[in-house]
Design a protein around this ligand. Structure first.
Ligand code: 0RQ
Length: 502
């Protein structure tokens, strides 16, 4: 609607998504908004994909762009562009099935960067020139500044870096999002950096709006479409057990005086297991917890409502349809408790370390010494990407990695002799949890860690084989610090690839 575009000069640049897509040339780097299915452009990528489809059908040379985002988007962006083979290179985190297929069949290059570092890469020129940005906003103010929508992501950087900007103004985004964001303009490249002065997740250090040079805006497209809003799955038995192990661990740490009774700011990855942990925290005695995280999920809304959680700092929402309805209906309650920041601040290593974040993230596989693979299936196929897990795991006070002990109906052990790809090294991993139990690796040597992980985390079906591997490695006459049988270390993966069963 007109009222969302309060700037007269930019009202004159309103056009259809198709007309805007015509303004995008082949071969350029395009920055797009969007983070975990929130705040991505809904119309222009689809119109561009349609244009590419027609060019492909007419036998024209391949039309491709490189797409840089905040994190994962949705079928209307990654899906449609990947389907017409319109993406040359994609970064950072993605989770779209078609995109994943193109990456894993070698048709698309994918660059997996820590989410906190993407803007620094762009600023430093490591990625080349950003030609154009397509950014969803909730509104445009009289002076041309922008009201961010349901994610901030890398939008500040894209707007600053791009020569040209296409804005999508989405009237489905709640108008009351205005004022919830905190966009910080004090970042700089070394050697000119200053401390980021956040000492509490509730601190505001920036502006509620994105500054946008009006002369860069080449098109404004009006949309009215919901975010991806993935349906919420109630926690299953496995997730509940994992949550229980973590909650018991928190209680023990509080008793030992190693965690305050309000815990420390929580970072939680997306998915079934983190949601179960949040539900468990909400059912417990906890009050006035805080979150310093990337995404606000359904579980966090519940905790904010009940008072378990006092404040949540993030860069995006990632809500189910029910979650978004709850948020819209009670936005006045949530407005003061949620702060959305750009991702170089929400995930800043300096802040994760200062605040002492408790980082909880998923894993694909862990090895008996505590190295974690959270991105690659069988060492070669990309799942989603490292996301923000490394930002928080390395720099947090506690890094907790969670997973069911098996995958694919028990054919795969999540605990293996040696991981087939490393995202989080043994130095960054403090706690590993499966439904079987919790391994507390703090202060342990590799050999001590092997016992802790095999006995507490591995599935009983795989435990004897893991112990057998470890013991033979121990008597192999090779190095005793991190004992391995190099001939066999990846044989479990080879067995799965050739026989369908580890
Ligand atoms: O695939 O559905 O096809 O069967 O991986 O596994 O168990 O449903 O768990 O959804 O929590 O994902 C690590 C991928 C876990 C996620 C990962 C298969 C399994 C299934 C998903 P199917 P689950 P989750 C915040 C932090 C990196 C980024 C991150 C992730 C699918 O947590 O992307 O932490 N993390 N970001 O079958 C083969 C194994 C497997 C396996 C699981 N060992 N071998 N397949 N799977 N283990 C968010 C952001 O940063 C934005």
């Amino acid at each position: 609607s007109e009222s969302r575009i309060r700037c007269a000069a930019l009202r004159d640049r309103v056009m259809s998504a198709e007309a805007a897509a015509e303004l995008i040339p082949a071969g350029i780097n395009v920055g797009m908004s969007g983070f975990t299915g929130a705040g991505y452009p809904k119309a222009v990528p689809g119109a561009l994909a349609e244009r590419i489809r027609k060019l492909n059908a007419a036998g024209e040379p391949p039309f491709r762009i490189s797409v840089w985002t905040g994190a994962s988007t949705a079928p209307e962006l990654d899906g449609v562009l990947a389907e017409v083979d319109g993406i040359e290179m994609r970064l950072p985190f993605q989770s779209d099935p078609i995109c994943r297929d193109r990456i894993n069949t070698g048709k698309m290059d994918y660059v997996d960067i820590h989410l906190s570092e993407v803007s620094q890469y762009a600023w430093s020129g490591f990625l080349g020139k950003m030609d154009l940005a397509v950014i969803e906003v909730a509104g445009i103010r009289e002076d041309g500044s922008l009201i961010p929508s349901s994610s901030v992501g890398n939008n500040k950087t894209w707007i600053e870096q791009a020569d040209k900007i296409i804005l999508e103004v989405n009237s489905k985004q709640n108008a009351k999002l205005e004022g919830m964001h905190d966009v910080y303009y004090g970042t700089a490249l070394p050697p000119n950096r200053k401390p980021i002065m956040i000492t509490d997740p509730a601190d505001r250090i920036g502006e509620p709006y994105l500054a946008c040079p009006m002369d860069k805006v080449i098109a404004v497209v009006e949309t009215s479409a919901p975010d991806r809003n993935t349906p919420f799955k109630a926690p299953d038995e496995t997730s509940r057990k994992i949550a229980e192990h973590i909650l018991n661990f928190f209680h023990r740490e509080i008793e030992l005086g190693r965690l305050p009774k309000e815990l420390l700011p929580i970072q939680s990855g997306v998915g079934n297991i983190p949601n179960a942990v949040l539900e468990g925290l909400d059912a417990g005695p906890f009050k006035n917890l805080t979150a310093f995280t990337e995404v606000i999920q359904d579980g966090m809304l519940k905790m904010l409502k009940s008072g378990t959680l006092a404040t949540a700092s993030a860069t995006a929402f990632s809500l189910s349809p029910e979650g978004i309805a709850e948020f819209d209906n009670n936005i006045d309650l949530y407005r003061d408790k949620i702060i959305l920041r750009q991702q170089d601040i929400s995930n800043h290593p300096e802040l994760a370390r200062r605040l002492g974040v408790i980082a909880m993230n998923g894993l694909i596989e862990a090895d008996i010494y505590g190295n974690i693979n959270s991105t690659h299936v069988m060492g070669t196929r990309m799942m989603n990407g490292i996301g923000g897990s490394g930002d928080f795991a390395r720099n947090g006070y506690l890094s907790i990695f969670v997973s069911p002990s098996t995958a694919k109906d028990g054919a795969i052990s999540a605990i293996v002799p040696m991981v087939s790809h490393v995202d989080h090294t043994e130095h960054d991993v403090k706690i590993v949890v499966t439904e079987q139990g919790l391994a507390d690796l703090r202060g342990l040597s590799p050999r001590q860690r092997a016992h802790e992980i095999i006995n507490n985390c591995a599935h009983p079906d795989f435990r004897p084989a893991l112990m057998d591997y470890y013991e033979r490695a121990l008597h192999s006459g090779r190095g005793m610090h991190t004992p391995h049988l190099l001939e066999e270390a990846l044989s479990w993966h080879v067995r799965y690839e050739t026989q369908g069963q580890m």
